[in-house]
Design a protein around this ligand. Structure first.
Ligand code: ISE
Length: 337
């Protein structure tokens, strides 16, 4: 069980060390206070060995054995989504705090099972990897909405653009693995649930495989009647752009323009758009991991929890149905324990 003594380091197992998991191992080892990676697990023993040896951790091939290990106090799950349910439930069984990369599980029903299982424990243990909640621009936009300085929020316009994804990344994955971020961002910014979804599939880019609708426009309705639009476009071929515009009664606000550095020369001006999600959200990932470690050492969850993971799964499940039917689909949200 993790100690609540601030002096002790949190010993962490990382399950799945592809791009995201490998990045988390590096962040936990090099930029996170009060934490140490002691165990690495991956379906590729060679990859696990490469990552573990760089940080002085050991390799445990079986992820569930890694969860139960005596030199593990807490777990980061960055394995493929299909493995999340078993691995999260193993963490709950072991009583160990877990940071699970989105999605919490790949179906709303199993995500709700996690919510109900955790509710039987004496404290929450699950945090879900919605890192935008730790991004300075999202926090500033949320504050702007909460203070009402621009009047009541009416609409959010989101754009979520990736430069490239593998061919298997089809329309459904665009909703469950990418749009899921806007689902949580909208819930976080507006502090309310999403109750219905529409999905519009228009002219696809020539870069998309046959049968994949890329880009798509998703429209969410919230409990209070606000509208959230989300342009999801994952084959832009050139940049990673994640933007949100707030339209309120007395003004608008925009985040994600990435004007970190602008140059001007030869009569031209310009800036650089971030190339990928690690570059755009690097500080948010670091702050997310630090908040998770600090929370785990206090016996608390330092960010979005199991309910947030379930609510996002329920909304994306409705979005997949809306894509299939072409109509408006209401979100079937179970009661919160
Ligand atoms: C990826 O899994 C992420 O989490 C990125 O933030 C998102 O932009 C990308 O579309 C997802 O596939």
């Amino acid at each position: 069980m993790p100690t609540n003594h601030p002096a002790a380091e949190l010993r962490i197992a990382v399950l799945g060390v592809g791009q995201m998991g490998g990045y988390h191992v590096d962040t936990l080892s090099a930029r996170t206070k009060g934490a140490r990676v002691t165990v690495v697990s991956d379906y590729s023993h060679e990859r696990a060995t490469e990552v573990a040896s760089a940080v002085g951790a050991r390799v445990v091939d079986d992820p569930l054995e890694a969860v139960r290990a005596d030199d593990v106090d807490a777990v980061v799950i960055a394995s493929p989504g299909a493995f999340h349910e078993a691995q999260v439930l193993a963490c709950l069984e072991a009583g160990k705090p877990v940071l699970c990369e989105k999605p919490l599980t790949i179906e709303a029903g199993t995500a709700y099972d996690v919510v109900l299982t955790e509710a039987k424990l004496d404290r929450p243990l699950v945090q879900v990897g919605f890192m935008r909640r730790f991004d300075a621009e999202y926090l500033a936009l949320r504050e702007t909405i909460a203070t009402g300085e621009l009047g009541n929020a009416l609409v959010l316009h989101c754009a979520h653009r990736n430069p490239a994804v593998p061919d298997h990344f089809d329309s459904t994955m665009m909703l469950t693995d990418s749009v899921v971020h806007e689902v949580d961002s909208a819930r976080f910014l507006l502090d309310e649930e999403i109750v219905a979804v529409r999905v519009l599939a228009g002219l696809a880019t020539s870069a998309a495989p046959s049968g994949t609708s890329d880009p798509m426009i998703v429209v969410f309705e919230t409990e209070s009647g606000r509208l959230v639009t989300d342009e999801i476009f994952v084959r832009t071929t050139h940049a990673y752009e994640v933007r949100t515009e707030l339209v309120a009664e007395r003004g608008t606000a925009m985040i994600g323009l990435g004007h970190a550095l602008q140059t001007s020369s030869g009569g031209r001006w310009g800036g650089q758009v971030t190339p990928d999600f690690v570059a755009r959200f690097g500080q948010a990932y670091a702050d997310e991991l630090q908040a998770w470690v600090d929370g785990a050492r206090r016996g608390e969850v330092g960010g979005p929890g199991a309910w947030d993971g379930y609510a996002a799964a329920a909304v994306t499940e409705a979005a997949v149905e809306a894509l299939r039917t072409g109509g408006r689909v209401e979100v079937d949200l179970q009661p919160r324990p």
